[in-house]
Each structure stands twice: as C-alpha cells, then as structure tokens.
Design a protein around this ligand. Structure first.
Ligand code: ADP
Ligand code: ZN
Ligand code: ZN
Length: 700
C-alpha cells in the first residue's frame, strides 16, 4: 500500500449536520492546507478544502471507513491561513458548519471545473496593471483624516456628512497604499452595487478597469470565477463588492473599506447570517490591515465603539474621524416639517408640498418622493362585512396592485386577480385602505396634470420600486431617465434614497415616515433617521442649487426628537438620545443578542421545541458548577411568536438570548447547540421543520 496521509477536509454538508465539523479522508499524494480537492461524498463527488493534515486516523474511526481523495485541483495556490481563519471564525461565531461557510465563500463555478478546465481559465488571466488618475487637491479636513489614518491603527470610523468627500478619502488611502506597496490589495465594500453604478465607474476611472474586480450577486458565474481568480492570484489590486466580498481570497490584503457601514444589507439574512461589517473588522486584525468604516449616519454599534474616553470610561476601541463640512460651498438642504394634523383628513400630500413640487417642476428642477410601501394599497376592505384581503398562507394582508389588478402576498408570492365583489358577502363596493407607491404616482399625476415644464411640455412622473425594476436592466434604464432629466418627479421606496448622485434634485420629501417612530423593532428609528439623512443628501448635490434645496417631512409628530435632530442635520444628538434609551433598556449595542428560531406546522410545536431547549439548557448548566455562572450572565427568554408569525403556512417562533458579555453569549450558544440536537431528536418534536440561530440579529 502506498504511503497515505490523513487529512481533514471542509465539504458542503447539509446544514446543522456537523457544525464546526470536518470530514477525514486519506490522500495517496501529498496535499497542503488550503488546497482544493475533489472527494467522494455519499454517492457524489464534491469539492472540498483541505483544512488540516493529521498524524493519525480520528479516534474510533475504522480505517476501512476512510475514503481517498480523488484529485487535487492543480494550478491554484492554496487558500492562505488568514482566509481559513476568517472562515473558521465565521462558522463558529454564526453557528454554522465550517464546510458550508467555506464552500459558499468560493465561486460556484469552481465546483464543476476539472484541473484541465481550470488550467485553461488560468491561462486566460493576464497581468493586470494599475494606472492612477490624479484626484482633486484635498480639503484640509480630508488631509487631517488621512494623516490620522496614517498614524493610527484603526479600526477607524469616518463620520462625515453626505458630500463631505468620504469617498475621495478612501480612494486616496487606496492610492497611497498601491503606490508604496507593489503587491498590496484593497477591499472596498458597498451595500449594493446595482444602486451605485457611479461608484464602480469612479473607482475604475481612478485606478484603471484592469486593476479592479467587482463581486456581487448580479454577476454571471463565469464573471464571478474570473474576478475571484484574479483576486486570489493577487493580480486584481482592488476588489469592489457587496457583503459576499468579505470572503474574497486576497493574499496581499492591506486595506479594508466599508462604505455606508450602517446599511442593513451588510447582514446576510439566510444560511450563515454573518455581518460583513463586523467580519471586516475581524479580518483587518488577521491581516494587520487598517479598516475604515464610513458613514454620514453610522450604526449605533460603531458610534458606541468609537466613543471618546471620559473620566469614568476608557472609550471605545475604534478611532473616530470627523469630516463635518460638505465639499465646496454646498449646503445641506433645509429640512421642513409639515404638521399633518393641520391638513384635511386623509390628505396624502399637503397643499404646501404640492405647491413646492409644482414650483420646482416649472423651474426645470427635479423632486423625489419617498414612500416605503409598494403596490397601490396595502389592503382591500369590505365596509359591509369587514372582510380584508388577508393571505390564506401568511399572517399578512395581500397588497392591491392596480396595474395588473392583482392581490399579491409580498411574503409567499400568492397572487390572484382582484375579486369583483367581496368574497364573503358579495358587496360590490370593496375599497383600498392606505396607499403605496403606485397610488402615489397616480395621485401626483392628477395633481400635476396642468403643470408644465419650462419647455412647455407636461410634467413627467416616474416610479422606481421593486415592482418597476423586476426586469433585468429596468433599474438602469429608469435611473438613466432621471439623470438625463426626462423625469421631473420621481416616486419610490427607499431604493431611490441610497447613494445615487442625482444632480438636479432640489426637493426630497418623505410622504409618511411616522410608522417607524412607534415600531416594535427598536432599530426602526435608527433606520428611519439614516434613510432620511441619506435622502436629504440626495438634494442639492450641485453646489449651485444647494442653497434652495429642501427636505420635506410630512408627519403627525413634528416635534418628535428624531425630526428635531434631522432638522439640524445633527446625527450626534440623535445618536446620544437613542443610546441613552438603549442603555436604559439594556439593548444593543450595550448588550448582545442572539435569536433562536423554530419553524413548524403549528405555533405550539415551534414554541415547544424552543422552550424544551431552554429548560434542558438551564437544567444542564445549573447542575455543573463550571457553568452555573453562565446562567446568570445570559438571559434566555421564553419562546414567543415572531412578528411575522406565519409565512407560506409555516408557523414561526423565536427565543431571545441576551447578555452584556459577548463571550458568555457565545458560550451559551454552544451549549444550546448541543442541547438542540438532543431535544430535536425526541419524538414529541418530530413536527418541527427546522431551527436556526441568528447572532446579532438586525430585527427582533
Ligand atoms: P461622500 O462620499 O462623503 O458623499 P464624495 O467623496 O463623493 O463625498 O465627494 C462629493 C463630491 O465632491 C464628489 O463629486 C467629489 O468628486 C467631490 N470632491 C471630493 N473631494 C474633493 C476635493 N478635495 N476637491 C474637489 N472636489 C472634491
Ligand atoms: Zn363583505
Ligand atoms: Zn402569503
């Protein structure tokens, strides 16, 4: 028998089968950690990553059960130790199988390639060169910030107004790094590339299209593989990507930037529910690379972590960098609150706002109206019998879409034609309640029917939301129309508030932002404030028009502290008052949370699993003197229905774990994991469909 080596390999095993687990194989040829191999798995042949070489077989594993590696993917340098450490940490921290995290971090096409096919791809990869185009002369604030970065360690939180030149700062930081280190690579992360094509263009123009690769879910498998290979080989000097890019293999990574670091899309919402922002900080430490988080409205987590030291507080471990001024003479728009209590009942748009829109359209300027609800109306209602357009599969109403006269469930997708009469009592007069973007568009069309643009043509209205952009390329087309000035008034959901550099928009209005003020989700005000600040930042990006640009807020609570802070563009004041409330209520970022969720056919069954796990966990931990402390450090709350309790006929329940101590919470989750495996296999919990853990959840 030839000499053979025992190796532990990460493969994509079904979720939860072996968290943290690796499979052991033997290899007739020498292999190295980080190499990609093909191995037998059940009846199939799958891709695996060599994780460790062992001295001997695992205890209790008969040699006859160990299978041989089928082949090594030649020509690829191994994935380096930092990459493997990042994956291992993510799997542990977010409670997923190592193999699952490792394999989903690789481009899907890699799974199907033979060594020959790979060799052909690699041959096509050419040398990539960097050309740096000259940037503008820096402002004094930008110079200071770059100096602070050069002399500090980070992680840095760059807090600067929209248009203060934050992007320029990190482009300069990249430029300096590229100039001093001929191999160095930079990772630039953005929330959504499709929404900010200008940034992609700006980075490419600056450094040459050759030096930059993009990574996001809108790319074809072939494009993803190509970009991944270029980054892995060190040829691509800059990776520009969405959250998935945090796992890009970059052997010479020397700088990480997370733009709009507060954006919720950095948190993955399925599989391993990782936060790419938090992993960026971890990865920076692994590579000894500075990490720059940037935002005009930082997450309260990062704000808190960058708090300055005081007499009784050593301060946070992030360094806060400030850029309060907008570039040039650009002013931030004036914020105007409209008290909707003084408007006619059921008014959608106040008379003042309509007048202001008309005035701007007649001057040839653009307006943007935000309403966070797509469709025509969120519910249809029969006044006679009380029927409402509930979804029969979900605890939600089906939304009325007038365009194709359908009722659509936004959760399970159930779509039916609108009934002619009430399905319960036959009343022909069923009416929409509330309003969505479709209705707002229609309503505006009526209000502005007589309004003319400077060239004498009628005002043009467009709507951008998830419905209007379903087709490939639709969003790009619609955005181009706004940019070219074909559109005068743009109506949309929050999709339009982020990042776009619309030069001619001088008025932005939030039509009905109040719901977020009283939401059961404690992060709703934080998200609303960020959205409104972002939206305000869309207005007056041209210095010439910034003096007349305005942000309008229609509200029944005009004196609410959130709107007071918005009026002054005062994020620190808002953050201070929010943090005081979070501290009083022991909520994040003061405490740390995790959610355990169970899905089942009935709510009782879902809750029963969670409560059984909770009781078993507490009994086990209390019985062992080594773990009694943990029970005191981590609160485990009883199971409750999720706020969206039923989706597609599946009942969902959740259980909250909370602790001031992150390590304690992590330990608790590990015990909980073992307990869940025990409890789940009991016959009384057979009807549970699945369970999952969300660490640092975005919403509870
Ligand atoms: P932010 O990322 O903070 O919104 P940007 O970096 O995009 O700000 O800058 C806003 C605008 O100002 C951009 O058009 C940018 O090209 C320009 N800009 C940035 N820095 C300078 C500078 N030092 N001199 C002149 N223009 C600048
Ligand atoms: Zn009825
Ligand atoms: Zn549904």
């Amino acid at each position: 028998m030839p000499l053979s080596i025992w190796i532990d390999i990460a493969v994509q095993a079904p979720a939860h089968s072996q968290v943290g687990g690796l499979l052991t194989y033997r290899s007739p040829v020498p292999v190295h950690p980080g190499q990609l191999v093909r191995v037998p798995f059940g009846q199939r042949e799958v891709l695996g990553v060599v994780w460790a070489i062992r001295d001997s077989a695992p205890v209790g594993m008969p040699a006859s059960h160990v299978r041989d590696v089928l082949g090594v993917l030649e020509g690829l340098p191994p994935l380096d130790a930092s990459w493997r450490q990042l994956v291992q940490f993510s799997a542990q921290y977010y409670q997923r199988a190592l193999g699952e995290v490792a394999l989903s971090a690789l481009p899907p096409q890699l799974r199907d390639l033979t060594s020959e096919q790979l060799a052909r791809r690699l041959k096509k990869q050419t040398e990539r060169t960097v050309h740096t185009a000259l940037g503008p002369a820096l402002s004094p604030e930008q110079i200071t910030v770059l100096d602070q970065m050069a002399n500090g360690h980070g992680p840095f939180l760059l807090f600067g107004s929209t248009g203060s030149g934050k992007t320029e700062v990190y482009l300069q930081a990249v430029e300096r790094m590229l100039a001093t280190d001929p191999q160095a690579q930079a990772l630039l992360m953005v929330p959504e590339i499709n929404l900010t094509p200008q940034l992609e263009e700006r980075v490419q123009t600056r450094f040459g299209a050759d030096a930059v690769v993009s990574m996001h879910s809108g790319m074809t498998p072939a494009q993803r593989l190509k970009g991944w290979l270029a980054a892995h080989a060190g040829q691509a000097r800059i990776v520009l990507g969405t959250r998935m890019a945090i796992f890009a293999s970059m052997p010479h990574l020397k700088l990480i930037v997370v733009d709009e670091e507060h954006d919720p899309s950095y948190k993955q919402q399925e599989g391993a529910r990782y936060s790419a922002r938090d992993l960026a900080v971890y990865r920076g430490r692994l590579h000894n690379a500075p990490v720059l988080l940037a935002s005009a409205t930082p997450s309260l987590e990062s704000w808190h972590l960058s708090r300055p030291a005081s007499a009784d507080d050593p301060g946070g471990r992030y360094q806060r960098l400030l850029m309060p001024s907008r570039i040039g003479t650009g002013l931030l728009p004036k914020v105007r609150r409209v008290d909707m209590n003084k408007q006619p009942r059921r008014a959608v748009l106040s008379t003042q706002l309509v007048a202001a829109i008309q005035e701007r359209v007649e001057r040839g300027e653009q307006c943007m109206l935000l309403l966070n609800r797509r469709g025509y109306a969120p519910v249809l209602h029969c006044a006679d019998c009380g029927w409402k357009s509930e979804c029969k599969h979900c605890s939600a109403f089906r939304v009325f879409h007038k365009i194709d006269r359908t009722l659509r469930c936004h959760h399970c997708g159930l779509t039916e034609r609108v009934p002619r009469a009430c399905p319960e009592c036959g009343n022909a007069d069923i009416a929409p309640i509330g309003r969505g973007t479709e209705q707002l568009e229609e309503h505006l069309g009526e209000l502005l029917a007589h309004v003319l643009r400077p060239d004498g043509t009628p005002a043009r209205i467009a709507r951008i939301d998830a419905d209007s952009t379903r087709l490939k390329g639709a969003l790009e087309n619609q955005l181009a129309q706004v940019h070219s000035g074909e559109v005068d008034v743009l109506v949309g959901t929050q999709m339009i508030a982020k990042g776009h550099d619309f030069r001619r928009i001088t008025l932005v209005a939030a039509v009905n932002p109040d719901t977020a003020l009283f939401s059961s989700d404690f992060r709703a005000p934080e998200r609303l404030f960020a959205l409104l600040m972002q939206a305000a930042g869309r207005a007056g990006r041209d210095a010439a028009q910034s003096a007349t640009s305005e942000m309008w807020v229609q509200t029944f609570h005009p004196t609410h502290a959130l709107f007071e802070a918005l009026k002054k563009h005062d994020y620190p004041a808002f953050a201070a008052s929010e943090l005081a409330q979070r501290t009083a209520a022991d909520l994040p970022p003061i405490s740390h949370q995790a959610l355990l969720r169970a899905d089942a056919r009935t709510q009782e069954a879902a809750q029963a699993l969670l409560n059984a796990a909770r009781e078993t966990l507490e009994a086990q931990l209390s019985a062992d003197p080594q773990t009694t402390d943990l029970v005191l450090q981590v609160s485990v709350y009883p199971a409750v229905p999720m706020s969206m309790q039923r989706v597609a006929d599946v009942e969902r329940a959740q259980m909250l774990l909370e602790s001031p101590n992150r390590m304690a919470l992590q330990k608790m989750l590990w015990h909980l994991h073992n307990v869940l495996h025990q409890v789940r296999s009991l016959p009384e919990h057979k009807s549970v469909i699945r369970w999952l853990v969300d660490v640092d959840p975005q919403a509870i």
